[in-house]
Design a protein around this ligand. Structure first.
Ligand SMILES: *Cc1c(COP(=O)(O)O)cnc(C)c1O
Length: 385
C-alpha cells in the first residue's frame, strides 16, 4: 500500500466532511431540501466572491463558465481586449475566435504579469471595445495579475465589461468583486472550493446584465437568464449536479467558518513557505516578483535534471502528485499546488518528497534545507498571529 497525496492546483484534495456529504443517497432536485441547499450555497458563494451581484452556478468544468461569459456578453464582430500570459488566457482568446468576436490581443511572455498601462492604451485605441478579459491567477505559471488596477480602468466605461477568470484565484488570493468593479468573476469546483470537478460559478454585475441584453451570440444551455430566473426561485433550469451542490454547501460552510481573510492568509503563508523551501534547494521561481499568486508555485527544473522524471518519481515512488509544465513548458518547470484543502504539513510532505526525489536524480543541495526553510515561515506566521 502507498499513501497518496494530491498536490496539484486542480483537481485539489477534498475534505472528508465534503466527501461524506457527497456519499449520501441522491435526493430529487425539485424538493424543498435541495432548494434550501442551493439557497445556502449561492449565499455563501456571494460571501466568497465578496459580491452582492447575482451568482450563477452551472454543471460544467471551468471552461464552460468561460465560454458562457463570452456568449452572454458579446455579439459576433464585437471588439474585446484579451490580456493573456498563460495557457488559460490563450483559451479565452480561442473561445472569442470560435464565436467570431474580434480580439485585441495583448500577449505577454508567460513569465510576465499583464501591465494595466497596456490595457489603458488598448482601451484608448479601441473605444468601441465591449469587454476586457483577463486571468487573475494563471494556473499554468503561478502568475498573479493585478485585476484591482484593471478594474479601475474599466469601471467607469458604461458599455465595457471586465471579465475575470479567477478560477484558481477565488479562495486563494484577494478578489474583491464589488469593491474592485469586476463585472464577471468565475471559479470552478475542483480548485479553491475543495470539491471534485463538475461545477462552475460566476458573478454577474448590472453592467454585465446590460451587455447580456445587447448580446446576440447563440446560447441555450449556458443562457445566463435561465439560471438567474431559476436561482432567484431557489431552483435550477436543468437537472443540477445535485451531489456536488450538497458537497459545495458543506465546503462553503467550512470556508465561511474559517473566514475569507483567514483563508487568504493561510494560502499566502503556504505559498511563501513553498517558495522559500524551493529556493533553499537552489530552485529558481518561475513567476516574477511583481506577480506571485498563492494557488500554485511553479519552479524551473534545474539544469541537467529531467523535469518529467521529477514528477513521475514523486508520484510513483513517494505517492505525491504534483503538476508538470504545460505546453512549451513541459519538462521545464514543475508546479506545486497549495489551493483549497491544504495545511502546513502538506507543504512539508511535498518538499520532503521533492528533496528525496532530487537527491535520487543526482541533484546536489543541502539535504533538509527545503523543509527547514518552510518550517521557519510557519513558525514566524505563528509568532505574528
Ligand atoms: C482550471 C482552470 C480553468 C478551467 O479549466 P477546466 O479544466 O475546464 O475546469 C480555467 N482557468 C484557469 C485559470 C484554471 O485554473
Amino acid at each position: 500500500m502507498q499513501k497518496k497525496y494530491l498536490m496539484t492546483p486542480g483537481p485539489t484534495p477534498v475534505p472528508a466532511e465534503v466527501l461524506l456529504k457527497t456519499a449520501e443517497p441522491i435526493i430529487h432536485h425539485r424538493t424543498p431540501d435541495f432548494s434550501a441547499a442551493l439557497r445556502s450555497a449561492i449565499d455563501n458563494l456571494k460571501y466568497i466572491f465578496e459580491t452582492t451581484n447575482d451568482v450563477l452556478l452551472f454543471a460544467s468544468s471551468g471552461t464552460g463558465v468561460m465560454e458562457a461569459a463570452i456568449v452572454n456578453c458579446f455579439s459576433a464582430g464585437d471588439t474585446v481586449i484579451v490580456a493573456r500570459n498563460g495557457k488559460f488566457g490563450d483559451r479565452q482568446k480561442s473561445i472569442c475566435e470560435a464565436y467570431g468576436v474580434d480580439v485585441v490581443d495583448l500577449a505577454y511572455e508567460w513569465t510576465e504579469t499583464v501591465k494595466p498601462a497596456d490595457i489603458a492604451k488598448a482601451l484608448a485605441e479601441n473605444p468601441q471595445a465591449k469587454g476586457v478579459i483577463v486571468t487573475q491567477s494563471e494556473t499554468s505559471t503561478g502568475v498573479l495579475n493585478d485585476v484591482e488596477a484593471i478594474g479601475k480602468l474599466v469601471k467607469d466605461l458604461p458599455d465595457t465589461v471586465l471579465i475575470v477568470d479567477s478560477i484558481t484565484g477565488i479562495g486563494a488570493v484577494e478578489c474583491k468583486t464589488d469593491a474592485w468593479g469586476l463585472d464577471v468573476v468565475m471559479t470552478g469546483s475542483q480548485k479553491g472550493l475543495m470539491l471534485p470537478p463538475g461545477l462552475a460559478a460566476c458573478t454577474v454585475s448590472e453592467k454585465a446584465w446590460r451587455a447580456y441584453e445587447r448580446s446576440m451570440l447563440p446560447k441555450f444551455y449556458f443562457d445566463w437568464k435561465k439560471y438567474k430566473t431559476n436561482i432567484d426561485k431557489d431552483t435550477t433550469p436543468f437537472t443540477p449536479a445535485v451531489t456536488l451542490v450538497l458537497g459545495l454547501n458543506e465546503a462553503l460552510r467550512m470556508l465561511r467558518d474559517e473566514g475569507i481573510e483567514n483563508t487568504i492568509a493561510r494560502h499566502s503563508m503556504l505559498a511563501e513557505a513553498t517558495r522559500k523551501g524551493c529556493e533553499a534547494l537552489g530552485l529558481k521561481l518561475f513567476a516574477p516578483a511583481d506577480g506571485r499568486g498563492s494557488a500554485v508555485t511553479p519552479v524551473w527544473v534545474p539544469e541537467g535534471i529531467d523535469g518529467k522524471a521529477i514528477v513521475s518519481t514523486m508520484k510513483n515512488r513517494y505517492g505525491v502528485t504534483i503538476a508538470g509544465g504545460q505546453d512549451h513548458l513541459v519538462g521545464k518547470i514543475i508546479r506545486v499546488g497549495h489551493l483549497g484543502y491544504f495545511g502546513e504539513f502538506d507543504i512539508i510532505t511535498t518538499l520532503a518528497a521533492l528533496e528525496m526525489t532530487l537527491a535520487g536524480l543526482g541533484y546536489e543541495f543541502e539535504a533538509g534545507a527545503g523543509i527547514k526553510a518552510a518550517e521557519a515561515i510557519f513558525l514566524s506566521a505563528q509568532d505574528s498571529a
